[in-house]
Design a protein around this ligand. Structure first.
Ligand SMILES: NC(=O)C1=CN([C@@H]2O[C@H](COP(=O)(O)OP(=O)(O)OC[C@H]3O[C@@H](n4cnc5c(N)ncnc54)[C@H](OP(=O)(O)O)[C@@H]3O)[C@@H](O)[C@H]2O)C=CC1
Ligand SMILES: CC(=O)[C@@H](O)[C@H](O)COP(=O)(O)O
Ligand SMILES: [Mn+2]
Length: 385
């Protein structure tokens, strides 16, 4: 199978590549994309003998190998997907630039593994109706992969409730009066997962979990009332699905993004990862304790869930505003506890229409960014990555 990976130089991209390298007879990586890290992309391209590379923001010094097809700019992502003969695209880039490429991959009837949550939260109502067949799109976000696996063969009409688990991040037990001392360094120290900086801060505010509840609402076509989150510090269970007969399925595995990447790439098969030394937390260490999310400690979760409940323009505004608020926190323009307040202000101050098209939804992301920049005292030139 010919595989293409967008976001190949990032955390999920690396997890996906690890799986592909272990099974070279099954997966041949032929196309790779990143934003600006040309050095790492070139090295990957040479190692894997990729046929095509794409950088959306190549530096001036970047020079691709002449034997490789090279695509540049955000438009390059779309051209890459349109042109390259790839069987299975993995969307593991951060942000919203790959939305059009995602739509195109689906229209071309390619298999798609989706880690990027922003695209579904912003554009799910336009992306998902394009799907040609069941399981063409395979979730890679760990909780959604878990739920996708729990829901196989289940009539979703019989579903009562979905829960996503949340580790609680680094501040799960921090005394409330110490939140004003939170620094980027402490927020980036996730207790379980090693991820890119944006999602790591989102895990600390639990905005990630609110965004993931919206992602689940869209992917599994459920009302927001049927999607919840539970704090589960060990991150052994990733998702739970309760059915109307009182049976609940849950997926338990080690906290390792290579597992959902493998489940998505190999579906409907299962790769023999245990034979390769992968860990499985045995029953003697299972910890099935779950707690509700504390809205005082995690106001960002409440704000993000409200965006999902109200839907319309709010999920796209949330994604744009959060991108900027996290960048403002990481560059020490605003304190940690202001992130949720900025999101709340951006959503509350919007009085325009709901998006009527994909282009409208993408424009709302930009409106969310713009409003958040002004609230955070950032000029237009300071653009988040
Ligand atoms: N990390 C994780 O465990 C999980 C992540 N996710 C989601 O997966 C996505 C990636 O997260 P993560 O791997 O942590 O992020 P990272 O910051 O580690 O990596 C981001 C990757 O995306 C690339 N990228 C960024 N912007 C663009 C762009 N405009 N065009 C093309 N490529 C781009 C980066 O390239 P460059 O290196 O050049 O900057 C890099 O390869 C996010 O949507 C995140 O929410 C979901 C579940 C778990
Ligand atoms: C690995 C993954 O899927 C992340 O989205 C994860 O959910 C982050 O951890 P939290 O549970 O702390 O949000
Ligand atoms: Mn997740």
């Amino acid at each position: 199978m010919r595989v293409g990976i967008l976001g190949a130089t990032g955390s999920v991209g690396s997890a996906t590549l690890d799986i592909c390298r272990r099974f070279p007879d099954r997966f041949r990586v032929t196309a790779l994309a990143a934003r600006s890290n040309g050095k790492a992309l070139l090295a990957l391209g040479r190692e894997l003998q990729a046929e095509a590379l794409c950088l959306t923001a190549p530096g001036e010094a970047f020079s691709p190998d002449p034997e490789t097809r090279f695509y540049r700019g955000t438009r390059g992502l779309l051209d890459l997907v349109e042109t390259e003969q790839v069987d299975h695209w993995v969307f593991a880039s951060s942000g919203t630039d790959a939305i059009e490429a995602l739509v195109q991959a689906i229209r071309l009837d390619r298999d798609v593994s989706l880690a990027n949550k922003e695209s579904i939260v912003v554009a799910g109502p336009w992306v998902l109706p394009e799907l040609r067949r069941p399981d063409q799109l395979r979730p890679v976000d760990s909780e959604h992969s878990a739920l996708w696996q729990c829901l196989h063969g289940e009539p979703t009409l019989r579903l009562r409730q979905l829960w996503l688990t949340a580790s609680g991040g680094p501040f799960r037990d921090l005394p409330l009066d110490r939140f004003d001392a939170v620094t980027p360094q402490t927020a980036l120290a996730h207790p379980v997962w090693r991820m890119g900086p944006k999602i790591t801060v989102d895990s600390a505010t639990l905005v990630n979990k609110g965004i993931e509840c919206i992602e689940a609402m869209r992917l599994f076509a459920q009302p927001m009332e049927k999607v919840g989150a539970l704090i589960h510090p060990r991150s052994q269970v990733h998702g739970l699905a309760l059915f109307q007969d009182g049976s609940c399925k849950l997926l338990l595995s080690s906290a390792d993004m290579r597992l959902p990447a493998a489940a998505a790439l190999a579906y409907p098969d299962r790769l023999p990862l245990l034979d390769q030394g992968f860990d499985f937390p045995g029953p003697e260490v299972w910890d099935l304790r779950f707690e509700p999310v504390d809205p005082i400690r995690f106001p960002g979760f409440t704000v993000a869930c409200r965006a999902g409940q109200e839907d319309g323009p709010y999920p796209a505004l949330l994604v744009g505003a959060d991108e900027v608020a996290v960048e403002a926190f990481l560059s020490e323009r605003i304190p940690f506890f202001r992130i949720a307040a900025v999101l709340d202000q951006v959503l509350s101050s919007y009085d325009g229409p709901a998006p009527a098209s994909l282009a409208d939804a993408v424009d709302l992301v930009e409106q969310g960014r713009r409003k958040a920049r002004s609230l955070c005292g950032m000029s237009e030139e300071v653009r988040p990555r």
